[in-house]
Design a protein around this ligand. Structure first.
Ligand code: PEP
Ligand code: MG
Length: 584
């Protein structure tokens, strides 16, 4: 039994069998065989080596024909390394004397020699570590290839343990079979985390390197409420977690009472709780949970779950469905925001050294003019079926906002007029406030934008210069950092001064402690994932606006995030102790 910890990003508890997806798609098990099985294992090993040799020779010959001897020599080097008796001898010895599986023996020996090569200053020799990695991958593929399962072929429930997952891989997870997800890398603000929460799959990211200690089929416990992962738990631990899981299910049922209750503070201030959605079908669960509207429809996932682009009709059908489902309640549709971690090859350039600061959000939309207008036309067409609003992502200059609104949107409107298609001519057009320059210039934006929505995920990333999806710097990623709180305060004050509606749609709005500070800072509309809505309503009903304002005032005087967190927690314990008692 082994216990490790990561960053919990989508709540829930799961107990199940591991499905391991390591960096190169191979499972690298720390596996031994029985003493009697070593001869058969040696045979498997020799067979894989012979096949690898044949493959390398084929590559060498075809490269020689296509590119000449110099390039073919790359494969000659690999061939010599593969048949190097010392290397093979070490692997054989581990199989014969330590009863290592062939895969495990290969990984251990290759890793050792790669490390040695890397430490040599001569770059020609250091380069050889890449050749060894190539050979290792080839051998593992040959040994595991036939029995390697793919995510698409799952037929029974598993816990996915992966090096990392891209947002599009996460968006394509089959909820019927994925009980939980654990990754070695990734941070709290990344889109993989956001999507796992949207899919309501318990998820822990950034657990550190652990996959070589897990074999496919091992039992795992994933407690995504606390971030704890137990590998190969003993019976007692399994029992304990079964009980915790049972108690959690009844807590979720108890929160159900908040579905139909309004979010009004103890002293009568009404708060709007809206839903963030990534897929059109989530509008139904937002309505069932009593959402006051859709505060953010992230439309990227309409594109990322497929290899081609959706047509205007497909966009239209998605937006019309959400508009009709929400029955006249406001729906903010954000135009596509590709880039950073939300990537697909067709939208981003591999040459960008720093994608978060590169061609993403509205910058890309203004470059991909026809794709952008296609989406805008579809939103406009759907606008007669409900209260739709358009929002542009990652706005950093007033000029950009004007280009998007006065040029792209205006052209899309003209195109529809030419086609005699009806739409809401007065559709509100707003922007995400998620780049520090937008906060600084918010008074200027207020002349053009009809509304603002604060995106604390990116606002934290860009204010603190900390990659929201990187577990190495997760200790710096705090939306309640005093610097971010001051950004929020300014945005709210200036928006109110110019009578522009302002809401908040970053993950921060789903956190028990942060919500009170946000209310105190003046926010009256919060948008969060549908499954967080009832918990947030509960908080709003337990606190008074006076308390929230006092908390916010005090936090703005502080200079250290840890002090802020301790202070808010203690104030809540004092003022709203009921929040800390789990409903029976
Ligand atoms: C944000 O940045 O806070 C936000 C809501 O947008 P996204 O997470 O999609 O970047
Ligand atoms: Mg953002």
């Amino acid at each position: 039994m082994k216990t490790l910890f990561g960053i919990p990003v989508s709540p829930g508890i799961a107990i199940g069998k591991a499905f391991v997806q390591a960096a190169e798609g191979f499972r690298i098990p720390e596996q031994t065989i029985s003493a009697g099985a070593y001869k058969a294992e040696l045979q498997r090993f020799h067979h894989a080596v012979a096949e690898a040799k044949d493959e390398i020779i084929v590559n060498r010959e075809s490269t020689k024909t296509a590119l000449g001897q110099t390039f073919a020599d790359i494969f000659e080097v690999q061939l010599q390394l593969l048949i190097e008796p010392k290397l093979l001898g070490e692997m054989e010895e581990l199989i014969r004397s330590c009863y290592f599986s062939a895969e495990h023996a290969i990984t251990v020996v290759m890793q050792k020699h790669m490390d040695t090569f890397r430490q040599i200053e001569n770059s020609y020799i250091a380069e050889k570590s890449n050749d060894l990695r190539d050979i290792e991958k080839r051998l593992l593929r040959l040994l595991l290839g036939a029995k390697r399962e793919t995510l698409g072929q799952l037929s029974s429930p598993v816990i996915l343990a992966a090096t990392n997952l891209t947002p599009s891989e996460t968006a394509n997870l089959d909820k019927r079979f994925i009980q939980a997800v654990v990754t070695e890398f990734g941070g709290a603000g990344g889109h993989t985390a956001i999507l796992a929460a949207a899919l309501e799959i318990p998820c822990i990211v950034g657990a550190g390197e652990f996959l070589n200690a897990v074999d496919g089929g091992d039992t795992l416990i994933v407690d995504a409420n606390t971030g704890c992962i137990v590998v190969r738990p003993n019976e007692e631990t399994v029992e304990k977690y079964k009980q915790i899981k049972g108690a959690e299910s009844s807590r979720i049922i108890d929160l159900d009472v908040y579905r139909n209750l309004p979010a009004v503070t103890r002293d009568g201030t009404p708060i709007s709780i809206c839903a963030n959605i990534e897929f059109p079908y989530e509008a139904d669960s937002a309505m069932q949970r009593g959402a006051d509207g859709i505060g953010l429809f992230r439309t990227e996932f309409l594109y990322l779950t497929r290899s081609d682009d959706p047509s205007e009709e497909e966009h239209f059908a998605a937006y019309k469905h959400v508009a009709e489902t929400m029955q006249g309640k406001p729906v903010i549709i954000r135009t596509f925001d590709f880039g950073d971690d939300k990537t697909a090859d067709r939208f981003t350039s591999a040459a960008e050294r720093n994608p978060a600061l590169g061609m993403r959000g509205v910058r890309l939309a203004l470059k991909r003019w026809s794709l952008f207008r296609c989406q805008l036309r579809a939103i406009l067409r759907a606008s007669i079926f409900g209260d739709l609003r358009i929002m542009f992502p990652l706005i950093s200059t007033v000029k950009e906002f004007r280009q998007a609104k006065r040029t792209a949107l205006a052209e899309a409107m003209d195109e529809l007029r030419e086609r005699n298609v009806a739409f809401n001519e007065k559709i509100p057009v707003g922007m995400m406030v998620e780049v520090p320059s937008a906060v600084v210039m918010i008074d200027k934006f207020a002349k053009d934008a009809d509304f603002f929505s604060i995106g604390t995920n990116d606002l934290t990333q860009y204010t603190m210069a900390v990659d929201r999806g990187n577990s190495n710097v997760n200790h710096l990623f705090h939306p309640d950092d005093p610097a971010v709180l001051r950004m929020i305060r300014r945005t709210v004050l200036v928006s109110k001064h110019f009578k522009r509606p302002v809401s908040l749609c970053g993950q921060m709005g789903a956190s028990l402690y942060n919500v009170v500070t946000l209310l105190g800072l003046g926010l009256r509309t919060i948008s969060c994932a549908p499954h967080n809505m009832m918990q947030i309503k509960r908080i709003c009903r337990e606190v008074s606006m006076d308390e929230c304002q006092a908390i916010a005032r005090q936090t703005l005087r502080m200079s250290n995030v840890k002090d802020i967190q301790d202070y808010v927690k203690n104030s809540l314990l004092k003022n709203a102790p009921a929040l800390f008692i789990q409903p029976e």
